[in-house]
Design a protein. Structure first.
Length: 469
């Protein structure tokens, strides 16, 4: 059995997910049967496997990179933040509300056996496992409850590589400091340091790598130059944009606890399409369309819309006839009421009232992949929601003009306002082309699956040239 390779970082956003995806595709292209693994992920970007189980979208992508079927064992613990100090805990792909009530530092006793079993099972099935850590192993305050960093490395005797983002500065201090925070047996697992996002002349590094090796006994094995890519982000929308005349401008409402924001990547990457994430209130009058994404806490998202003035702007946009699309939680926000009898999110709320629909949160969560025939196309996507939505029974003129969108009981449309529970719409060539053409766009959107596969190969080729592993 080949020893697992584990990628840890000095900080969050050091590039761990990117490195793991690149290595997975590199090994897969060599003909190695490889799989990714991350014991615990914290992200509201979640994917649904073919068996209807939730995992982090980063591990879903890494499985695609490895050319294998995404599997819940690749991410047995997923935390989905719904408040500053509260997260929904997903264990082996399903919500585990009883464990969410256990204090963070006491969860290891309940969770680590699941982590070990998932990893052991994968090791039995695959030639090579590429493991991703979380945050930094230097967070000594979290050591006692660790189930994702050095606890995993020690459990499987992994070869660990520590990544630092040199573009942010202080990389050598980060590498040395992180190494010094580790216990002796943990330091012995570190096989190499990796510099990520380097810009400029490598000669500028001078003898810094030799200095670091003298201090630690660990070589710097790779210097990854800054590599612009189109792979999805793990959990944070880094895309920034401002309104541009001459483009199709789409407002993406980035309220607190927005979820699955990576599903708009294919829209972002189209030529002459400008997706503008809006976090604060501003006029929407000049935008060609407005999108409300999913939300892990619709109450908090609604509060932000109202306090920022965006709720009023969205209502005025609806009256002007601008297209407004809500996905999952975003659709729920467009409705009349959101009922929360089980306190799944933030309690009952009155929605924006732009669609004559009512949502009630259920204890049982709907998680499933879907393939739907729509206007001559096959739409592939996934559902992931607690809400059950139906049309309002008021029977007035507003209700009678409401019709189904995509599929009955999956989405609703009234004039220029519409929404649905299906995530991944813009990954479908037929849908994205129709959506943009209706806005006046002249082009032909990429086939997202083909583009993603090509991008993974491009990243893998870069890693192959590093001659590191």
């Amino acid at each position: 059995m080949t020893k697992p390779i584990m990628i840890m970082g000095c900080t969050s956003d050091a590039g761990k997910s990117f490195v793991v995806a690149g290595l997975c595709r590199m090994f897969a292209n060599r003909g190695v049967h490889v799989a990714p693994f991350k014991a615990q992920n914290m992200s509201n970007n979640a994917a649904v496997t073919a068996k209807g189980e939730e995992i982090g979208r980063a591990q879903y992508l890494q499985a695609i990179a490895a050319k294998v079927t995404p599997d819940v064992r690749m991410n047995p613990v997923l935390l989905k933040p719904s408040a500053d100090t509260q997260s929904q805990l997903i264990l082996n792909g399903k919500p585990a509300p009883e464990l969410s009530e256990i204090p963070w530092m006491e969860r290891k006793a309940y969770l680590f056996t699941h982590v070990e079993k998932a990893l052991a099972d994968l090791q039995q099935e695959y030639q090579q496992i590429i493991i991703e850590g979380a945050g930094s192993p230097a967070e000594v305050n979290l050591r006692a409850g660790d189930i994702v960093n050095m606890s995993v490395a020690l459990a499987c005797n992994a070869d660990v590589y520590l990544v630092a983002d040199i573009d942010k500065g202080g990389a050598f201090a980060h590498l040395l400091g992180t190494f010094m925070c580790l216990a002796k047996e943990e330091q012995q697992l570190i096989k190499g340091f990796v510099l990520n996002k380097f810009r400029g002349d490598p000669l500028l590094l001078g003898n810094a790598m030799d200095w670091l090796a003298e201090k630690t006994g660990v070589p710097t094995v790779a210097n990854i130059h800054y590599f612009p890519h189109r792979l999805p982000e793990e959990d944070t929308l880094h895309h920034r944009a401002a309104y541009q005349r001459g483009h199709i401008n789409i407002a993406l409402i980035a309220y607190p606890y927005a979820a699955n924001m990576d599903e708009f990547d294919n829209l972002i990457h189209q030529d002459n399409v400008n997706v503008v994430p809006l976090r604060d209130g501003q006029s929407l009058v000049d935008f060609d369309a407005i999108i409300l994404p999913g939300s892990k806490n619709t109450a908090a998202s609604l509060l932000h819309l109202r306090e920022s003035g965006l709720a009023n702007e969205i209502s005025k946009a609806a009256q002007r006839g601008q297209p407004i699309l809500g996905i999952c939680g975003g659709m729920q926000l467009l409705g009349e009421h959101i009922l929360d009898p089980h306190h799944i999110e933030g309690g009952d709320e009155q929605g924006l009232g732009l669609l004559p629909i009512i949502t009630a949160h259920a204890q049982t969560k709907t998680t499933r992949q879907r393939e739907i025939d729509w206007q001559g196309f096959k739409l592939s996507g996934y559902e992931i929601h607690h809400g059950h939505t139906k049309m309002s029974l008021k029977g007035d003129a507003q209700t009678t003009t409401c019709k189904s969108f995509i599929e009955t009981d999956l989405g609703w449309q009234q004039g220029n306002v519409y929404g649905c529970y299906l995530h991944g719409l813009f990954d479908n060539k037929g849908f994205i082309n129709q959506f943009l053409t209706n806005l006046g766009w002249e082009g032909d959107a990429d086939d997202h699956a083909v583009s993603l596969d090509a991008e993974l190969n491009r990243v893998a080729d870069m890693f192959e040239k590093l001659d590191w592993l």
